[in-house]
Design a protein around this ligand. Structure first.
Ligand code: SF4
Length: 332
């Protein structure tokens, strides 16, 4: 499969009065052309920082990409100037944020906002831009598009506004769409409609999608592959089937046990006890040690390497690494 994005050893820090927060600590993953990769984890695990780093939207200062490569179609975005990134954002890579209300300008018509990016980046005529805007409104399921282009955001419901935000993100036909919690602000029915819309759009445009979410229900619906993040690291990756039916990392198992399942009638939900480590001074070893019921001496001291479960499934946990015993003998 052709890879459209490869993130290698990405590190992002934030300088604060209290010290330096190591928000993303050596993240590696890739995205294949035309697939949806979900990055999941609790809030503060670094998933949104990772997606903002891909867009080069980390405010510097206080933030900084301190190491790593972000290869988009083989070119390293981490090395691009701000000017060059401006020509990529919204054109080759687009991003959708959680709150559709703040993403839209209340003082401009929907049509103006839809056509803005197209006219700025693709240099098309007014008529062509209008034609494309109507086509996009159609694609995202908004009826009477010609009339509705003249309306303002407050004349649209929350779900409709999110459809507009998606249309704006896709109007320049980007190769990569990053959706950061795109359905969190919506009610459940509208959420389901928006997820269906993502599937339909991917089918018709072939866009590759990174979905950032804490919601495993959303992941189950549309992801092809899943990367689980914890304390600034990706601790397990696999296909949707592998992660849901054969999770290996105790944190992934904990996440799955803490969400309700419709197929199990009598089920006890088990929250994960404890809190993630302080990223001002993250531990040298596995960051899940303090919360993990299987933690061993070695876990606290050395970060576990990648263990391959299958060609598409890998995990960072000493339980899967037969060298744990030998290593323990050398460090005690
Ligand atoms: Fe638990 Fe150790 Fe595996 Fe971390 S490496 S998840 S502490 S068993």
């Amino acid at each position: 499969m052709e890879k459209i994005l490869e993130v290698e050893n990405l590190h992002v820090t934030f300088n604060t009065y209290g010290g330096t927060v190591q928000a993303v600590r050596g993240v590696d993953f890739h995205l294949n052309k035309g697939e949806t990769l979900a990055i999941v984890g609790e809030s503060g695990c670094g998933k949104s920082v990772t997606s903002n780093a891909i867009m080069r939207l980390i405010p510097d200062p206080p933030g900084k990409i301190t190491n790593g490569a972000i290869l988009f179609k083989g070119k390293d975005l981490a090395k691009y100037s701000e000017k060059k990134m401006r020509s990529i954002r919204g054109v080759d890579i687009s991003m959708i944020f959680q709150d559709p209300m703040t993403a839209l300008n209340p003082t401009l018509t929907i049509g103006t906002q839809l056509m803005e990016g197209l006219r700025a980046h693709r240099k098309v005529s007014g008529n062509k831009a209008k034609e494309k805007a109507i086509e996009m409104m159609d694609l995202v399921g908004i009826s009477n598009p010609e009339e509705r282009l003249k309306q303002y955001p407050h004349q649209f419901s929350g779900g409709m506004r999110q459809r507009i935000v998606i249309a704006i993100a896709l109007i320049c036909e980007p190769d990569l769409l990053i959706a950061d919690e795109p359905t969190t602000a919506l009610d459940v029915t509208i959420q389901a409609q928006i997820l269906e819309l993502f599937e339909k759009i991917q089918e018709s445009t072939g866009v590759s999608i990174i979905l950032i979410t804490h919601d495993l229900g959303v992941v189950a619906k549309i992801a092809d592959r899943i990367a689980v993040m914890y304390a600034g690291k990706i601790i397990e990756t696999g296909t949707k089937r592998e992660i849901f039916y054969d999770p290996q990392h105790p944190y992934t198992k904990g996440l799955l046990n803490s969400v309700p399942r419709l197929d199990l009638k009598e089920e006890r939900l088990t929250p994960i006890d404890g809190t993630p480590p302080d990223l001002f001074s993250p531990p040298a070893g596995c960051p899940f040690t303090a919360r993990c019921p299987f933690a061993m001496e070695v876990c606290n001291k050395v970060y576990p390497a990648d263990s391959e479960i299958t060609g598409s499934h890998k995990v960072n946990c000493w339980l899967q690494d037969e060298r744990a015993k030998q290593l323990l003998a050398t460090i005690i």
